[in-house]
Unconditional design. Structure first.
Length: 276
């Protein structure tokens, strides 16, 4: 093969490879977007950012008030806490984290949400560096966090929350959800530390203690569950039967905001009505 022919082949290969490479993502404007997703390598804007209306979240009034107050302080640049929302699945921990930010934005507050994966905590310092350079408040939302036995990530997160070299910047607060009150499992055998098992427990509890605001979410009572459905049904112009709603919960083995919303989806589907 001649040199020219060889160059032509290489050029065609290069062109083919270039076509396979996805186009570069457009630059993200952290100063104006409402919400973003961090994948450990870069940021992507979320548009539209339409979490559930905070007024529709029912049965968690105290939690709502505390998170809204804390987030409002943070949006204004005042001292505010990192937040741990723990407890039963489907009771609004994630929904509240997002809805609070959207509610403050609707009032003109300059605050944005950044959702980060729970399995890439070691990448958070890179995100901190990006957000620290932007003159606005950010909530980094980490959903359903949990750690395996022996993981080094609890200590890493503790360092970010308080006093470590990679501590989060002043314009950033972490909002974390977990099914466990202390995030890491408290199950421990005597072999974990044969000298002083209590030290192991203290080390585990030290992580949750780093969150200045810790709020529990518990399974809904029957009355709370029905109140959720009433609120949703009224908002979407749907009729429902009480016994049918309770049967729906029994068939799913739980009463929660998530189950209530799934029932509303079922009602809308039966009625052929869209859910705006």
């Amino acid at each position: 093969m001649t040199g020219k022919a060889n160059d032509d082949v290489l050029s065609r290969i290069a062109d083919a490879l270039e076509r396979l490479v996805p186009p570069a993502a457009p630059p993200v404007n952290l100063a104006s977007g409402e919400a973003f997703v961090w994948n450990g390598r870069g940021l992507k804007a979320v548009a539209p950012f339409n979490p559930i209306d905070i007024d529709l979240l029912t049965g968690i009034d105290q939690q709502k008030a505390h998170v809204l107050d804390n987030s409002s302080r943070h949006a204004k640049g005042h001292p505010a806490h990192d937040v741990l929302l723990w407890g039963s699945r489907g009771m609004g921990k994630s929904a509240l984290s997002k809805s609070v930010v959207r509610a403050l934005q609707a009032k003109g507050e300059d605050i944005a949400l950044v959702e980060a994966p729970s399995d890439q905590l070691e990448k958070l310092p890179e995100l901190f560096e990006l957000l620290a350079a932007v003159p606005r408040s950010f909530v980094i939302f980490i959903d359903d966090i949990g750690f395996s036995e022996g993981s080094a990530e609890p200590r890493l997160l503790r360092s970010m929350l308080e006093g470590g070299a990679s501590e989060r910047p002043a314009n950033v607060r972490l909002y974390v959800t977990s099914n466990r009150r202390h995030i890491v499992s408290r199950q421990m055998s005597e072999q974990d530390d044969p000298i002083n098992p209590r030290d192991v427990v203290d080390d585990q509890l030290a992580l949750s203690d780093r969150f200045g605001l810790r709020l529990g979410f518990h399974a809904a009572s029957q009355d709370d569950y029905l109140a959720m459905i009433i609120r949703y049904a009224d908002a979407h112009g749907l009729d429902f039967d009480r016994d049918d709603a309770l049967l729906w919960a029994r068939q799913r083995g739980s009463r929660s905001g998530r189950v209530a919303w799934q029932y509303i989806v079922e009602l809308a589907g039966r009625a052929g009505k869209p859910l705006a």
